[in-house]
Design a protein around this ligand. Structure first.
Ligand code: PLP
Length: 283
């Protein structure tokens, strides 16, 4: 495997950043994960627009022009012979002597691009069974709309999920309402057949898959309501599911050990999953 690190393509096992990289020391950086399908990029434009937004919110300069980044992404996919898989892009504030204050503006941001293959049949097999989730208090900071590499609460919550035999943790705010998953957006389908997912303010990441699924839902003539829902509402729902670039739509069949609906993957999640790539921008 080959990784792109600050201007060079290097063997993956030798790919490294400096110990004084601000990503390493302060989680002072942002990232994106973008799907590769059939050797082509899925919704790259939207992911790159979100990268630019995340960088802007924490005042890191774009490390290279977008056209150059596009070349690097495609070259990384090519060198790794990825047909189906994912590209990871991470940008940090660069290398500087450890000090909380921003480094001198001349300090170049660090950029890493990697790509790896994933067998899409594995996720499809999982989607046939659905996943279990647990709930956990949302103890993250107030700007999770920025896709920062500071993911410790997400890591701890997902590890707790794993320990409980679940795949994902749903964060719950102080009012008992679900914000989102540790690495996914959360959805339910109400008894009336309405899709509900939390409004994209600063309390969730505005998932690219979430945005595309809204278009898919519209094409399937399903109603979508952007509002917060409670755990109780999710347990009473007909279906629940999560969305992300790595999961598309993944049915949720248990929440904290209680079945959702009939405890089986629902039709809406399956339909959204099947039709996702028709609405995604493939380039
Ligand atoms: N929410 C969180 C916290 C995430 O980390 C992710 C993806 O990694 C998502 C939602 C889903 O975003 P996307 O659909 O852009 O992958």
């Amino acid at each position: 495997r080959i990784a792109y690190v600050n201007g060079q393509y290097v063997p993956h096992e030798q790919a490294a950043v400096h110990i004084e990289d601000r990503g390493y020391q302060f989680a002072d950086g942002v990232y994106e994960v973008c799907e590769v399908s059939g050797g082509r990029m899925v919704d790259q434009r939207r992911h790159m627009e979100r990268l630019v937004r995340s960088l802007g919110e924490i005042r890191i300069a774009m490390p290279m022009p977008m056209a150059a980044l596009d070349v690097v992404i495609r070259e990384t996919v090519r060198r790794n012979r990825v047909r189906d898989g994912f590209v990871y892009v991470q940008v940090t504030r660069g290398v500087a002597r450890r000090d909380h204050f921003f480094p001198d503006p001349s300090t170049p941001p660090s950029i890493v691009v990697t790509a790896r293959s994933v067998d899409p049949r594995k996720a499809d097999a999982l989607a046939l069974k659905g996943i279990a989730v647990i709930t956990a208090p949302d103890n993250r900071w107030e700007r999770v709309d920025i896709k920062t590499i500071g993911l410790l609460p997400n890591v701890l919550a997902k590890e707790a999920a794993k320990a409980a035999g679940a795949r994902e943790a749903w964060f719950v705010d102080g009012q008992g309402r679900v914000t989102e998953g540790g690495s996914t957006n959360a959805w339910i389908v109400t008894a009336e057949g309405k899709l509900v997912t939390r409004q994209a303010d600063t309390a969730i990441l505005r998932g690219i898959t979430r945005t595309v699924m809204m278009e898919v839902a519209e094409k399937l003539q399903l109603r979508v309501e952007e509002r917060a829902f409670t755990v109780a509402e999710a347990l009473a729902a007909r279906e629940a599911f999560v969305t992300s670039a790595t999961n598309f739509a993944m049915p949720v069949v248990r929440i904290d050990g209680h079945p959702v609906g009939e405890g089986r993957p629902g039709r809406v999640a399956r339909a959204l999953r099947e039709h996702f790539h028709e609405s995604a921008e493939i380039t």
